[in-house]
Design a protein around this ligand. Sequence first.
Ligand SMILES: [Zn+2]
Length: 379
Amino acid sequence: MTVEQTLADLVAIDSVSTHSNAAIISYLQKRCESRGLRVQTFPHVDPHGENKINLVARTSNSAKPNESPGETVELALVGHTDTVPYDPTWADALRLTETDGKLFGRGACDTKAFIAATLTAIETLDLTTLQRPLALVFTCDEEIGCLGAKRLAASKPFTARYAIVGEPTSLRPMRAGKGYCLAEIIVHGREAHSAYPQLGGSAIFRAARLIARIEQIAAQLQSERHEDFDPPYTTLNVGLVDGGSGKNVVAGQCHFTLEWRPIPNQESDLVLRLLRDAIADLQNDAEFACDIDAGRFDEGFDTPRQSELITFLEEASSSKSGTVAFGTEAPSLIDLRAEAVVFGPGDIRVAHRTGEYVPVSELNQCVKILRKSIEKFCL
Ligand SMILES: [Zn+2]
């Protein structure tokens, strides 16, 4: 079966994160078992009642799971099975179509191309000759917060020495990534008739003072630099603000989101500490009160440039390693003790768009590079 046929099969299985990924997992399980891989699935019911499954397939010459639950695999190839939703007007979202050397379809780029390349790479090798264990890891719920990979990292069914995390990087190895953190801040006030503001306390004025302080924090964060990134510092964003109940009412509540993308190795609670200091400074308004709901905290990653995995992929792809500013599953693989790199065919700038595509040439090149990677690390 060609890599394009495999990609067409994968694209045809709707695997948007809002519903169960059982169908695509069942397809992947069959493909892995047909190559003699030992497959374990890790099902989980999500908060919406959907069955979500992670799959780990290992070469069978490695130890049986009950003999060695924490087995270390030499190389893990990791791809997420879920996709972002597609516009219903995109008629061919689930039908892989080829135009001008590009393959179009939802997930064609992010990240089914990498999964198709993985399956094709193992079909061109005699897996019984591998001396060191290889694992294929197919996760759920990456697009909604890397939840599947985080669950694997928490339960540790295996550890890995090296991991290639599939994401569209145009076949450039990405050795470091910024983290992703998100908090919702609820500022409290006291409602009053706007003709008598002295009888209340405006949550919106208070939020505005705090947001102005956050802008200063953003400027302050620029002094700690990691020159491999663009921009080379932790960035902050207040993306949503909502508050008040009427134009003639002193606002009783205002909430806003604060998102930050920390450079790796930064003191992990730095931004929250600066935020708390700013809130403490605003206490000259005795009634100032707010709650911080820190909902997400994903650290970045920074695999050493001299890692054998990085130097190998730099040579195999003829491109120098770089960094990514978007969130990936790499930190979860690092929790599983791997030296991790983000790598795959397709361009992240066309991902998540109607008409996302992967170039045929990159797809085929990826098969070769993954095959060489398996030979290099597992043979
Ligand atoms: Zn992705």
